[in-house]
Design a protein around this ligand. Structure first.
Ligand code: SER
Length: 916
């Protein structure tokens, strides 16, 4: 049969279906053979659609076997006798149905919906409802079966804020109506849960640092509760409502928490910090946590737990294993015992800032029903060809034999513009299966995670994320259910939906999809080729500075981004070096991405502009979408030109020819012009670019107290870079400045008294000095301004086993210089990393201050970070691993950030200072 005749036949069947069904309207009864809230919910959805289609049939119970003039829709689970009997009569093989699966078959005046379980019946009802919606009638002929590929398909809501609450730190947000009015808004929950059910999501994660003190009261620690009585009651009521309504829709609520955080009143009562990464496990905190978990399990037995061992607890060593096996699991068991339950409800272990395979190895013998979860592309969306060590970790977790869930986390590179590339998302889910061998999805909001439920758009009233980003939720859900769908049919499917939403033709719908898909390549490609980090420390859509592009190492380059979260390729610096040495390039190059993103931006804009005149519905929404395409085009061009400027600057680094530096001006001017356009498009249309507005955000600029969150705040900084470049060219031309002299004046040691004598002997920083008392490592080279500082001698072995601890008194604010070896090898103290430790900047220590500042023969080069302290007595504990304590300077002493480039024997020059 030709393709044409197949199409014709299909059309005839549809028409016949519609005509046939039309004749039977007003005579439909929905029979539920199983009593289950889930099936009731499904039947209600089906009944509503039937009513709209003109059947006027409310869902009602009915004798399933009795024949009569009505058309009966019989819905039930395959384990029931009635359904089994129908199965036999209709000759259906139920063995392949599986969990959440269903079969729908019509014979005569009966349509059977048989589900593998109650969720399967619910999804069968929703499927039939969808067919009725499209046909505007019951199908006259139907025999389909379906079941999901991924066993867990969930979304996530952060019960968190863009800012810290007064007197509190990261992740600490008690559940109160003042902070989270939306948490108590039942209508909003129902709208959201209905959307999840319609998309066949089956799990919902609530994300919070320490939820227990808002939800349970402990006999032994009654003072730990951190909300007032009325709020406590509201929380109980809200939780009951949410879990009941979610369950009706086949959705399992999972509460996430970070370890180890305790409530504020608990901390105050015991004179401890609410969270302290370097603190060893204390019996008091372990007891409090175990009892909190037990009480939670007992009170909310249907709520799951997602455990994040990392962040507030050091991610190396055995502590996390001990904590999981000796506190968390026993806590869950205590709760189950109190309920008299012998089963094991699932616990999800987050592979974040912890050695999850090691934890699983010791936990599985104690508790079988464990799942693992890890970030798909970090806190961003960068690729559907993941590889490298990160892919290895996912496969290792998958191969344990438990289910590995893929967490599409924060999406820091997609904030705040609309994202809806079905192509990218489908391929990503395929990669989750094929590359990561995973079988679950945990999806974050597309943007504005920290600002749920609102989108960043300036529109008033504020837009709801669940409405604005409808396509995001739908696309991931469709592919989590089944990722092996034919691309041509998928284009038609999404085009149909878009045509419906905007009241235009299918061809116009295809154009809108094209706009989404072309623009959908831009942010992933930009981040994976030019970015500093996959974390929400960086907001891609705000742009990057020239120093960040030419010398990303100085800004804490997160290597996974390059070795795992994109196709193999080159960074700008590698590309420039190879060009200079006339070596061949490999993989995806920066120049290729520069050209590609410009084309994607133009195509997206052309596609959306082509349909503008044909839009008849949701016009305002469409115009916002179009504005996003303008933004994406401006963003793509801004980056492409700036990357060109960076390549030219890197060429100057090698050639030392002023004419090369002069070439940087034109592309940098272009990039600023495109940024000006981006600023215009976003002014008045967006409230912010990024929803995390705390000091954790670093790139392009530090986002403390909600600053540098808009493009108009950043434009003047980018203009300054351009004027600085022009000034430097002038002065270099005039004075032929020597760029290899030290950037900082000699640093003066501050007077600080150490009150603990763990490390007694100070040493003078100079070539030949030995910083470790128990090893022979010698300083062979160092940045000149360090000469004469008074370092603190340490013991390599003690640092490796117990970490570094000093207590000291300073009469004036002072800074401690700490040297971190550039390696992730065991035995070395890892540099502070905001990706895995949100407290990594409490002393201003997150950034490298002098890169490649010291060389000890036989060890990796050393970067210097600084820890600032007010006047007074302080105790500082650093985690386990070797590092250098290089001495104190006055906090006011000027210290310019730069790369001393000492690893290179030839005294390699850096060019980032030209723009600063
Ligand atoms: N970086 C934090 C985490 O991964 C917040 O997203 O938990």
């Amino acid at each position: 049969m030709t393709k044409r005749s197949v199409c014709l036949l299909a059309m005839l069947v549809i028409i016949a279906n519609a005509i046939n069904a039309q004749a039977q309207k007003d005579k439909v009864v929905i029979v539920r053979t199983t009593m289950s809230p889930r099936i009731e919910y499904g039947a209600k959805q089906l009944s509503d659609v039937l009513q709209v289609a003109g059947y006027g049939a409310p869902a009602q119970k009915h004798n399933a076997t009795k024949n009569g003039p009505v058309h009966r829709i019989v819905a039930g689970v395959i384990t029931e006798d009635t359904i089994k009997a129908f199965g036999k009569q209709f000759q259906i093989d139920f063995t392949a149905i599986g969990k959440e699966g269903f079969v729908i078959k019509r014979e005569g005046n009966i349509t059977l919906i048989a589900g593998g379980d109650a969720s399967g019946v619910l999804y069968g009802c929703l499927e039939l409802a969808e067919q009725v919606r499209q046909l505007k009638a019951l199908p006259a002929d139907i025999h389909i079966s379906d079941k999901p590929q991924m066993v867990l398909r969930g979304t996530c809501i952060g019960i968190q804020k863009p800012y810290y609450l007064p007197g509190r730190t990261v992740y600490e947000y008690p559940y109160t109506p003042e902070t989270f009015p939306w948490l108590y808004d039942k209508q909003l929950w129902l709208q959201y849960l209905d959307t999840l059910a319609a998309n066949r999501y089956n799990s919902l994660y609530l994300w919070n640092g320490h939820p227990f003190a808002s939800l349970v009261r402990l006999k032994d620690y009654p003072y730990a509760v951190e909300v007032d009585d009325a709020t406590f009651k509201k929380n109980e009521e809200m939780y009951r409502f949410l879990t009941t309504e979610a369950d009706k829709r086949g959705i399992w609520v999972i509460q996430m928490f970070y370890n180890i955080i305790v409530s504020k009143p608990f901390a105050e009562k015991h004179g401890i910090k609410t969270q302290d990464r370097e603190r060893p496990i204390m019996p008091l905190i372990a007891d409090y946590t175990r009892k909190s978990i037990a009480a939670f399990v007992e009170k909310y037995p249907n709520v799951g737990l997602l455990v994040c061992l990392g962040e507030a607890m050091e991610g190396v060593g055995r502590d996390d294993i001990e904590w999981f096996t000796k506190t968390i699991i026993p806590g869950v068991r205590d709760g189950l015992q109190a309920l008299g339950r012998k089963d094991e409800p699932p616990i999800v272990l987050r592979a974040h800032d912890t050695d999850a395979p090691a934890v699983m190895k010791e936990a599985l013998p104690l508790y079988k029903n464990l799942y693992t979860e890890a970030k798909y592309n970090g806190e961003a969306l960068t690729t559907y060809t993941p590889r490298g060590p990160w892919a290895e970790l996912h496969r290792t977790l998958s191969r344990i034999g438990t289910v590995q869930i893929e967490n599409v986390h924060i999406l820091a590179n997609l904030e705040p513009f609309r994202y809806g590339s079905a192509n990218f998302i489908q391929k990503s889910v395929q990669a989750m299966h094929a590359v990561y061998e995973a079988n679950g999805l945990h999806l974050y909001p597309q943007a504005s995670y920290w600002d749920w439920p609102y989108a960043a758009d300036s529109a008033q009233p504020k837009l709801l994320q669940v409405e604005r980003d409808w396509l995001w939720y739908r696309e991931w859900a469709r592919y989590a259910w089944n990722s092996n769908r034919d691309r041509t049919q998928e284009i038609n499917y999404w085009a149909g939906l878009l045509a419906g939403r905007y009241g235009c033709s299918i061809n116009d719908g295809k154009k809108i999809l094209e706009a989404y898909e072309e623009s959908g390549e831009i942010a992933p490609k930009l981040l994976r080729r030019f970015g500093i980090t996959d974390g929400n420390r960086q907001t891609l859509t705000l742009g990057m500075t020239m120093p960040q592009l030419v010398n990303p190492n100085r800004f804490g380059l997160f290597t996974l981004l390059y070795n795992s979260e994109g196709p193999e390729g080159e960074m700008l610096s590698e590309y420039a070096a190879k060009e200079w040495q006339r070596q061949p390039h490999t993989g995806e190059t920066p120049v290729q991405v520069m050209a590609e993103v410009k084309v994607h931006g133009q195509k997206a804009l052309d596609a959306i502009s082509a349909v503008e005149q044909h839009i008849t519905r949701n016009k305002e929404d469409f115009l916002q979408l179009k504005n996003d395409m303008l933004c994406y085009q401006a963003l793509a061009n801004h980056y492409a030109w700036k990357a060109q400027a960076a390549l030219d600057a890197l060429r100057y680094k090698y050639s030392n020819q002023l004419t090369d530096l002069e070439k940087v001006v034109a592309p940098l001017e272009q990039s600023v012009q495109w940024y000006r356009k981006l600023t215009d498009y976003t002014k008045g249309t967006y409230r912010y670019a990024n929803s995390m507005q705390t000091q954790q955000r670093k790139i392009p600029f530090r986002g403390v107290n909600a600053t540098y969150k808009n493009w108009w705040e950043i434009l003047p900084e980018f203009e300054k870079e351009l004027s600085q470049l022009k000034k430097r060219i002038d002065s270099l031309g005039a004075a032929k400045a020597n760029t290899t002299t030290a950037v900082n004046a000699a640093l003066k040691p501050a007077t600080v008294t150490r009150t603990s004598n763990t490390y007694s002997s100070p040493y003078q920083l100079m070539k030949g000095a030995r910083p470790f008392a128990d090893s022979t490592y010698v300083i062979t080279n160092m940045a000149p301004e360090l000469q004469g500082l008074s370092g603190i001698t340490t013991r390599w072995n003690a640092q490796a086993q117990r970490g570094s601890h000093i207590i000291f008194y300073t009469a004036r604010p002072a800074k401690l210089l700490v040297g971190f070896f550039q390696t992730k090898a065991p035995g070395f103290l890892p540099a502070p990393e905001l990706e895995t430790n949100a407290t990594a900047n409490d002393y201003g220590q997150a950034d490298v201050k002098i890169a490649n500042a010291l060389i000890l023969e036989g060890l990796p080069p050393v970067n210097i970070h600084t820890y600032s302290f007010k006047a007074g007595t302080h105790s500082l504990s650093l985690a386990k691993g070797a590092c250098l304590l290089l001495g104190f300077i006055d906090d006011k002493e000027p210290l310019r950030v730069y790369d001393a480039a000492l690893q290179a024997a030839d005294g390699k020059k850096e060019v980032d200072w030209i723009f600063e």
